[in-house]
Design a protein around this ligand. Structure first.
Ligand code: GLA
Length: 403
């Protein structure tokens, strides 16, 4: 009996700690969508680019299609903090400061994102957040930041989980709701521990505009996609997908759709498969100068609906037959529907056949719609054959036939 007050106190302490230490709830219930400066512009960023990007995304329909977060990546800072230790935006790139940028974005219906790093320096050598987390979170709140991408360069011996939790708590304490995007490249298996730390976490190294090429630290999108499935084989048929869901997403990195290193088909396959794995859709192209076919691709409502489906289930690879140049990825949707995406893995155009009865997770009879072609292509009672370009996809939506 004597122990009861102590136990209660300890319990209260635990509850108290848990209540104050949390990520912002209710954000990113579907995978976040937006644009980020890094893939195309790297250090060549400034206020004009960000405003022009916002204007272009209004004019081309991207904002209204859901691309809401405009994120300034690395290289926005001055090389030194000020005398009080505050982060200082580069006065040449951002002469009016970042609040002015945030005000502009908010007035146009966007949300404002920024990049920093959990280590002492960002990957490009600008001040990182280490030891300044609470101070930086207050700066972010004062600038109207709604999304923080937090990198992992120069972290020394720091423990990833503990380090990202410090920033989570700092953001929460600052009081402005922020989508917290962990960018530690999957090095410490964040899918196993980050659901109560952030809203999304990178699962791979950096992407570049290639199908399956390698360039040092960077990989083509197909390798990043494969890592969603194969990172931890023991996790079962859906790989790391079971760790994703509303409010907490695996992030195989930003989109290279529309960038020069990909053919149209490769961009379309990349986009389709990012939707299948419920990835955040963060555009990485120059949206001010977009060919109409890429604009149409990225704003296609039927394709986006697959990514944004409220069930929030990450898709997985259901079948791979290198001999037949085919991989089939599937995603369970709300209301008993499914998305099925057949990828032509060969270097040439090919006739791909989908044998529905070999996709063992999908049971029953379904009507099939070719999503990109916007047409009905029969039902799942017989196989579907379609001509598909090299590294392009056939993307279908399956709707149950009511008995
Ligand atoms: C890391 C990240 C990239 C980008 C750069 C910026 O490499 O993974 O996405 O933010 O840093 O330096």
């Amino acid at each position: 009996m004597k122990k009861t007050p102590i136990l209660l106190f300890a319990l209260g302490l635990c509850l108290g700690v848990n209540a104050s230490a949390q990520k912002f709830p209710g954000l990113a219930l579907t995978p976040p969508m937006g644009w980020n400066s890094w893939n195309t512009f790297a250090a060549n960023i400034n206020e004009a680019l960000i405003k022009e990007t916002a204007d272009a995304m209004i004019a081309n329909g991207m904002r209204d299609a859901g691309y809401i977060y405009i994120v300034i990546d690395d290289c926005w800072e001055s090389k030194q903090r000020d005398a009080k230790g505050n982060l200082v935006p580069d006065p040449v790139k951002f002469p009016n400061g970042l609040k002015a940028v945030g005000d502009y974005l908010h007035s146009k219906g966007f949300k404002f994102g920024i990049h920093s790093c959990a280590g002492a320096k960002t990957c490009a050598g600008f001040p990182g957040g280490q030891g300044h987390e609470y101070q930086d979170a207050l700066s972010y709140a004062s600038w109207g930041i709604d999304f923080l991408k937090y990198d992992w360069c120069d972290h020394g011996t720091a423990d990833a989980r503990e380090t990202y939790k410090i920033m989570r708590d700092a953001l929460y304490t600052a009081g402005r709701p922020v989508v917290f995007s962990l960018c530690e490249w999957g090095s410490n298996k964040p899918w196993e521990w980050a659901a109560d730390v952030g809203h999304m976490w990178r699962t791979t190294g950096d992407i570049y505009d290639s199908y399956d090429g390698r360039k040092g630290w960077e990989s083509g999108w197909k390798r990043n996609l494969d890592l969603q499935y194969t990172l931890v084989e023991s996790n079962g048929p859906d790989g790391i997908g079971k760790y994703a869901g509303p409010g907490h997403w695996n992030d195989p990195d930003m989109l290279e759709v529309g960038n020069d290193g990909l053919t149209f088909g490769e961009s379309r396959a990349h986009f389709s498969l990012w939707c299948i794995v419920a990835a955040p859709l963060i555009a990485g192209n120059d949206v001010r100068h977009m060919k109409p076919e890429y604009r149409d691709m990225m704003t296609n409502k039927d394709v986006l609906a697959i990514d944004q489906d409220a069930l929030g289930k990450q898709g997985f690879r259901a079948l791979a037959e290198p001999g037949n140049s085919i991989e089939i990825w599937v995603k369970e949707l709300s209301n008993g529907e499914w998305a099925v995406c057949a990828l032509n893995t060969s270097m040439t155009v090919a006739d791909l056949t989908v044998h529905w009865n070999r996709l063992w997770t999908i049971q029953g009879l379904f009507q099939v719609t070719d999503v990109w072609a916007k047409k009905s292509v029969g039902d799942t009672s017989k196989p579907l054959t379609a001509r598909v370009d090299s590294h392009d996809v056939l993307l279908c939506r399956l709707t149950p036939v009511k008995k």
